[in-house]
Write a protein that binds this ligand. Structure first.
Ligand SMILES: Cc1cc2nc3c(=O)[nH]c(=O)nc-3n(C[C@H](O)[C@H](O)[C@H](O)COP(=O)(O)O)c2cc1C
Length: 440
């Protein structure tokens, strides 16, 4: 059986990682407020009763490193190794004759995006947004598929604003069509297995079909179903699919929207997606992602962590890498072999991933997935006058009107070598094996 969203929800349920909210919630602010309040629990939430819609909403499918570990069947520090191992072998998708996403087909005047439980996330957002849509399109010259995640603003029963500017590949493809005066056919799949959204959010070379990465993460071909009104395929087991066209030569104000850095991106002249058809499962589940949440960061971080891990492992004995809670910063633990080694680690990390702004190197006894532990290492092992490495005029995150991301800081928070007895952390015998539940 092809793994789908429901497969993942069952996995979460069996691991006690799924919360159910039964009381009615308003998708405008109330639902995201509950998501935010529950975020620290690291559990997914299904909202069964959403005001104004008959569809339940799921969120936070990848909200903690533990859940990511479950997904990859690997220990937290080994997830990125598992990622790299899998993506080395792309597996091309296959055509499925039918798929549950075709159980209901609505076209033309039947299309009404207002039936979906579209969520308004932040106080100054322009309106409800689709945030967990996997956009699928084809290059008009090569026919090669591109898959990405793009935010979409609700603008009417069959109209969405969509953010897709080059160098993002969808924007490049749309530019090619627009030059020929043609609309770009796209389909947007909402509610698929997390491997599909992870693949869609991975930056790959232009011309690589991200669904082949989905296949590699899954270990089997992703089954695709042909769309009804556009020449594009989507995961056959998606919950909901929107089909339509990005209009050539049309731009309209889109935003503001509370983005992945927790700031509002301003109103921009962005593209317009005219929706021609909606297909969905009979009892479809709608998925949403809170921008800047731990889930959003995990989705964006894994492929970047894998890149940094690969580069650093060439120069040091790396143990783990973590880019949560923000993909502009990174903590790396190593088994240090010589005193200056953290500098090599920093150089490799900054070279591998240019958006990185702060990178801290810690010893193997520090848990990089725990920000408190990383701060503890900084406070007790970093010597600021010799352990900070500033790179001036080093370009980082590009959308940067205030030039805040155009320099970098490396931090050596490792203990002096050969002084391990002085820096050995105290342990409480029996702590690692203790189960708190046994005492409560
Ligand atoms: C929840 C979420 C929302 C995103 N929204 C956008 C967006 O609106 N515009 C954009 O360019 N990238 C967005 N991204 C990032 C892209 O999906 C990501 O950079 C992707 O790799 C780009 O695809 P490409 O390799 O085809 O260019 C988002 C990512 C996530 C996880």
């Amino acid at each position: 059986m092809q793994r789908d969203l429901r497969f993942h929800l069952n996995l979460l349920k069996s691991a006690d990682r799924l919360l159910t909210v039964r009381r009615e919630v308003d998708p405008k602010f109330e639902l995201p407020a509950v998501m935010k309040a529950a975020e620290g629990l690291g559990k997914a939430i299904i909202f069964e009763n959403v005001k104004g819609s008959r569809y339940p909403v799921v969120n936070n499918l990848l909200g903690s490193r533990d859940v990511v570990s479950l997904l990859f069947e690997a220990r937290p520090e080994e997830v990125v190794l598992e990622w790299s191992r899998r993506v080395k072998n792309p597996i091309e998708p296959e055509s499925a004759s039918l798929g549950p996403v075709k159980e209901v087909i609505k076209q033309g005047s039947e299309v009404d995006l207002g039936e979906l439980p579209l969520v308004t996330h932040s106080g100054k957002d322009a309106g409800p947004y689709i945030t967990a849509g996997i956009a699928v399109a084809r290059d008009p010259d090569t026919g090669i598929r591109n898959v990405s995640v793009n935010r979409m603003e609700y603008k009417g029963r069959n109209k969405l604003g969509i953010r897709m500017m080059p160098p993002q590949h969808l924007g490049l493809i749309q530019g090619k069509c627009e030059k020929r005066g043609k609309n770009l056919e796209i389909a947007v799949a909402i509610g698929s297995h997390p491997f599909d959204i992870l693949a869609a959010a991975t930056t790959v070379d232009y011309g690589v079909d991200e669904f082949s990465i989905s296949g590699s993460l899954r270990g089997e071909p992703l089954q695709l179903a042909k769309c009804e009104t556009v020449d594009v395929e989507v995961p056959a087991t998606s919950e909901i699919v929107l089909e339509g066209e990005v209009l050539a030569g049309v731009r309209e104000p889109e935003g503001p929207f509370g983005d992945f850095m927790q700031y509002y991106v301003p109103v921009m002249e962005n593209h317009v997606f005219q929706v021609k058809a909606i297909t969905h499962r009979k009892d479809a589940i709608y998925q949403t992602i809170q921008a800047s949440s731990l889930e959003d960061t995990h989705i964006l971080a894994l492929s970047r962590e894998a890149k940094v891990h690969e580069a650093v492992s060439k120069v040091a004995h790396i143990q783990a890498v973590c880019m949560v809670p923000t993909i502009l910063s990174c903590a790396i633990s190593i088994r240090k072999r010589f005193e200056e080694e953290p500098r090599n680690v920093l150089a490799a990390a900054f070279e591998a991933y240019s958006w990185l702004k702060h990178c801290v190197v810690v010893d193997h006894d520090v848990n990089v997935f725990d920000v408190n532990d990383v701060w503890w290492a900084m406070a007790t092992r970093n010597r600021p006058d010799t352990g900070l490495f500033l790179l001036e005029n080093a370009p980082g995150f590009p959308r940067d009107p205030f030039q805040i991301h155009q320099s970098k800081l490396g931090i050596d928070a490792t203990a002096p070598l050969n002084q391990w007895e002085e820096f050995e952390r105290k342990v409480v015998p029996g702590f690692d094996e203790l189960r708190l539940d046994d005492y409560l």
